[in-house]
Design a protein around this ligand. Structure first.
Ligand code: MG
Length: 159
């Protein structure tokens, strides 16, 4: 039976942090603030996967009070989500996602992000969708105060 999940995440842009999106270091002048590497795209995808399982959210699985996740690469979280799906006898059908960022340009790194996510999920890269849009200068994303991401996931489960 096909289950779908939705995920959404936002992190604040701040100086003195790396900007990591989809496991790629963008070498931007600001980075995302957070307990882990603050990879907002991967966090949204994780939440979509946990949502498809009906298994809460990333904050429950990886509390930001746990020192183990301090500066942790978010691919760890993706791999854990994939492990849970395997435990339930399921398989990921596909994930799709959108990054909302005024800057930097995402397009040139999309392929590498897709490969990183597909590898962590042990999935064919064709099953990983990543899109990016600016926010037309509007709101927090438009003012480059933060970056948001949304994702959906489809998971085939035995019941
Ligand atoms: Mg997050």
């Amino acid at each position: 039976m096909i289950h779908v999940g939705i995920g959404y995440d936002v992190h604040r842009l701040t100086e003195g942090r790396k900007l990591i999106l989809g496991g790629v270091d963008f070498h931007h002048d600001k980075g995302l603030d957070g307990h882990s590497d603050a990879d907002v795209l991967i966090h949204a995808i994780c939440d979509a996967l946990f949502g498809a399982l009906g298994e809460g959210d990333i904050g429950q699985h990886f509390p930001n009070t746990d020192p183990r996740w301090h500066n942790a690469p978010s691919s760890t979280f993706l791999r854990e989500a994939a492990r849970l799906i395997n435990l339930r006898g399921g398989r990921i059908v596909n994930v799709d996602s959108t990054i909302i960022a005024q800057a930097p340009k995402i397009g040139p790194r999309l392929r590498q992000m897709k490969m990183n996510i597909a590898t962590a999920l042990d999935l064919n890269p064709e099953r990983v969708g990543i899109k990016a849009t600016t926010n037309e200068g509007l709101g927090f994303a438009g003012r480059e105060e933060g970056i948001a991401a949304m994702a959906v996931a489809s998971v085939d489960l035995p019941h």
